[in-house]
Design a protein around this ligand. Sequence first.
Ligand SMILES: [Zn+2]
Length: 213
Amino acid sequence: MSQFFGPTIRQTGDPSVMAITFDDGPNPAVTPGLLDLLDRYNARATFFLIGAHVRAVPSLAAEIAARGHSIGNHTQTHPALTFLPSHRLDSELALCDDAIESATGKKPRWMRPPYGFRSPLLERVIRARGCQRVVTWSAMAWDWKPQPAAPVIRRLRRAHGGDIVVLHDGDHRMLGGDRHHTVAALAEWLPRWRDAGIRFVGLDELHAEPAAA
Ligand SMILES: [Zn+2]
């Protein structure tokens, strides 16, 4: 992916460390079981939350943070940001930040644009808002539609230590979307990755130093 629009975090920089990320939640139908699965492998991850979903289930956002995971801003309503005017970009980010902060007590340090779409305007708006960093990914599993687990398991063969892996515990169109295939695929891969010596960290851990403005 191009760095043309400014610096983006898309790998962990350490082949023994994988950053698993989940987009489009929180999802009351999926996220609680997923948190238990992650705990079983002492895995920390990063959840890019949609502000509207956070407002619907703030206690679940709080639970994600309480379990030691990192949280990122995935906008208030999940629009494609490319052609939005700057005031809409700013309010999409601000409303999501506010939802996350009032649910968890902490403003997110990370932001992921819906669909991974970026633009020079987005970079400018983000910079003007403070020190949030844009995070994309280096491995994905095409798991954003309901499907059997097998193809998701197969696609995750491409994920290795050093990757930022994007998965989906939520559905941006609704609360409670079906993501059992994602959880089942992770249940398959977490022990394999662990046995290969890979550690699973959240972005707050990976970039423990305060982000420079
Ligand atoms: Zn998304």
